[in-house]
Design a protein around this ligand. Structure first.
Ligand code: GDP
Ligand code: MG
Length: 439
């Protein structure tokens, strides 16, 4: 994938104390190939490479002490910019209700996303109304009703004999009467774009004057997703895009091209079929994820929702300052156990994804227990200062934890790698802390 390709380009650069212009050119060739392979629009790739090169020359990369890091930093910033810079907020009407119209091809995920969005808004203490304006797809209304029931959000429907424009209009009246502050209109899709579909959407648009027109696109369709976005945008001024199915085997091309091609920001990312698998889209985080730095900030956010806030803050600070010790590691393991599927969580920690692959690490609960036993067999001095742990200490720890010396060695090596990546990550974010937290 894109992440692996870029990581191997950068690990070549990182090892070098000095880079030549040839090194930079070669790295850029590799980045270009990696992006094209990830199905990023070729024009976007061309501009991207040109920008990175220009900046690399401007910053005199060759003279830097850490040329590899400088280049990664530039690529990271440009990737972030490409995807819109900072997270785009959902518009809000001056006078409620705020109207959100969902559009997109059949199967893109409009209905599912409508419900997910309603759930997100509900969590923020809003009162959304879901509107069933897809009268064509069999059982589309029922699908929305089932979802609405699941999340306890009202669903407005006039059945499948009514006109979608009338449905939308009456839903607005209903929302005002009931003092509901968001109206989410789930519209019909087709397998391809056609005039009848567009006309209907335009009519709904004229009638309800939405604050947001969100195009829902399937990220797995890569370049096609971008083409769809472009056509919709020509017909119906979009205000944002929702990328769905990012949990699938997507190569990342859609995420990287949509904003550049259409000018429309990606506002949400859907990462699964479950009703809470919708997140605000953060270009910085996506860029970090693509560059294999994990998605620490998402992890931290998730942790904050599930874990004691003070503890999470402290963890965040330690990660940033690379003051992470085995004690923290242990504590974090306890917390992580509470967070959910281990595989998913580990992938969010910088360096872990790569480590898992390299070590062909089996992530199962027993493995966790073994790791925990090893850490618990360390003295508290050793936990605070892992550099202390020499060969004889390792043997003692192995015996104490009922594991093999090789297990202990591996864990310490992995821990060092993790700290190294964290350090890198925090260096890249600069001494004033990451700009990415503000948005
Ligand atoms: P619509 O035709 O645009 O309304 O699409 P639906 O909302 O009915 O979704 C089509 C299919 O995609 C359903 O089976 C959904 O469960 C699935 N789906 C939607 N979003 C996601 C997502 O983010 N990830 C995955 N894996 N599946 C999704
Ligand atoms: Mg639908």
């Amino acid at each position: 994938g894109l992440t692996n390709r870029l990581q191997s380009v950068f690990s070549k650069l990182k090892g070098k104390g000095k880079v030549t212009e040839d090194d930079v050119n070669e790295a850029m060739r590799e980045v270009r190939l990696a992006l094209l392979e990830a199905d990023v629009n070729f024009k976007v790739v061309k501009e991207f490479i040109a920008k990175v090169k220009e900046k690399a020359i401007g910053q005199d990369v060759m003279k830097s002490f850490t040329p590899g890091m400088v280049i990664i930093d530039i690529v990271n910033k440009e990737l972030t910019d490409l995807m819109g810079g900072s997270a785009a907020k959902l518009a809000k009407a001056n006078k409620p209700p705020t109207v959100i119209m969902m559009a997109g091809l059949q199967g893109a995920g409009k209905t599912t996303t409508s419900a997910k969005l309603a759930k997100l808004l509900q969590k923020q203490n809003h009162k959304p109304l879901l509107v069933a304006a897809d009268i064509y797809r069999p059982a589309a209304i029922k699908q929305l009703q089932v979802l609405g029931e699941q999340i306890k959000v009202p669903v407005f429907t006039l059945g499948d004999q009514a006109n979608p424009v009338d449905i939308a209009r009456q839903a607005m009246d209903h929302a005002r009467e009931q003092h509901l502050d968001y109206v989410i209109i789930d519209t019909a899709g087709r397998l391809h774009i056609d005039e009848a579909l567009m006309d209907e959407l335009k009519q709904i648009h004229e009638t309800v004057k939405p604050d947001e027109v969100l195009l829902v696109v399937d990220a797995m369709t890569g370049q096609d997703a971008v083409n769809v976005a472009e056509s919709f945008n020509q017909q119906l001024t979009l205000t944002g895009v929702v990328l769905t199915k990012l949990d699938g085997d997507t190569r990342g091309g859609a995420a990287l091209s949509v904003k550049a091609v259409t000018g429309c920001p990606i506002k949400f990312a859907a990462l699964g079929e479950k009703i809470d698998a919708l997140e605000s889209f953060h270009p910085e985080r996506m860029a970090s994820r693509i560059l294999g730095m994990g998605d620490m900030l998402s992890l931290i956010e998730k942790a904050q929702a599930n874990i004691d806030a003070d503890q999470a803050k402290e963890m965040e600070r330690k990660m940033r300052n690379a003051e992470f010790t085995f004690d923290d590691f242990l504590e974090q393991m306890q917390q992580v156990k509470k967070l959910g599927p281990l595989d998913q969580i580990l992938d969010m920690i910088p360096g872990m994804g790569k480590m898992k692959q390299q070590a062909n690490m089996q992530v199962d609960e027993r493995q966790m227990d073994r790791i925990e036993a090893i850490v618990r067999s360390m003295t508290s001095k050793e936990r605070q200062d892992p550099d202390l742990i020499n060969h004889s200490r390792r043997k003692r720890i192995a015996t104490g934890s009922g594991t093999q010396l090789a297990d202990v060695n591996r864990l310490i090596k992995q821990f060092d790698e993790m700290r190294r990546v964290m350090k890198q990550f925090s260096d890249m974010m600069g001494p004033k802390g990451p700009k990415m937290m503000k948005n």
